[in-house]
Structures are given as C-alpha cells and as structure tokens.
Design a binder for this molecule. Sequence first.
Ligand SMILES: [Zn+2]
Length: 197
Amino acid sequence: MNKFSLQILLLLFLTITPFSNPQAQSRVDNILINEAERITRDTFTFSTETPRGAHVFAVNKPTSKMLNSIDAGLADLFTVALRNNYSKRLNYSDYTIFIAKADRGKNNANQYSPDIAIGAAQYAGSVYDQGGFIYAAGMVLAFNPCAFVIAEHTKDFQRVSEVVRFEGEHLVLYHNHRKHYNKTADHSQGGGHPILQ
Ligand SMILES: [Zn+2]
C-alpha cells in the first residue's frame, strides 16, 4: 500500500467513525456552525460553555452576564417543562446557543431590542415582513442537538433569559409533545410566547 492510499483509508475511517467520539462531535458542531453562519451571515469564532454546561458559540467572547442569563433562561424553561410533566432534553448540556451579531439595536418603538435579520420565508407578506426578511429575537437552528441563535446583548439581560426560554420552548415541545410543537412552531399562523405555562 502506498502512502497516498493509506491517507485515503485513514480519511475514510475518520468519516465513518461512530457518533460518540470527539471527531464526530466536532463534525456535528461544524454542521451546526455552518447552518448558523448561513442564516446569520456571521462568523462564530468563540466557543465556550455556560457555568451550568450549555454549549455556546459566539461572534465575540461572551460576557459572564450573557452566559449567566442563558443559564437563567434555561432554568426557567426546565421549571415550566417539569410543571407540564415533560422529561426529555432538560439538561443544560443538551443545548447549544449561538450568539450572533445584532442586526438592529432598537425595535420600531425605539426600545432596546437586539435582533437578528433572517430570510422572511413563511413570514413573507405578513406584518413581520421587512422586505424579504424579518427581525427575530431568536431562531431554532436544529432539534438534534437542540440549538438556537440569539443576538448579542450589552444590557437588558433579562431579555436574553426570556429569548432563551422562548426558543427553548419550541425544542422542549418538539421532544416532549410533538402535536403541540406542530401547532405552535409557526408564529405567522398566530400565537406567540410564552407557549408553556
Ligand atoms: Zn417562537
């Protein structure tokens, strides 16, 4: 066997190695990162974890206030999920949060509201449509693993916790109550957050 074919074999081996190893984990991360970068057109160069173990990818090094607010939002989410007798995906480490660059700092009412611009899709022509795109506080990126994107905040960290809880609601419902998930996933059909009481 020459050196070249050995390299190909090694490559093949790397491609088909099973899920539960670091290479496969970083492969899943890379798929997620590509999806987040496609949607936000940002570059996520920082990777870290919250104090309670949620995974974070960010455009800038996240402040401890951002990270603690993510944990607080997930804590609220898990509390309300347990109240509804849901049990799946209630670990901090089940969640990956992307912190994107805010595409606007204020909403139409001139209030602090860091949001991300995303393609309008099913919101085209609705009240949310800004001309081919909409502003969103957050957006679900993937269900396995549970991932969503929010915008970077420099104040009003309570809002970060809220957005985390709200995006998390979609993911918890997806894994625990698919019918309810299907009915509440698309806000252009009416309905908003909080979904779970
Ligand atoms: Zn939502």
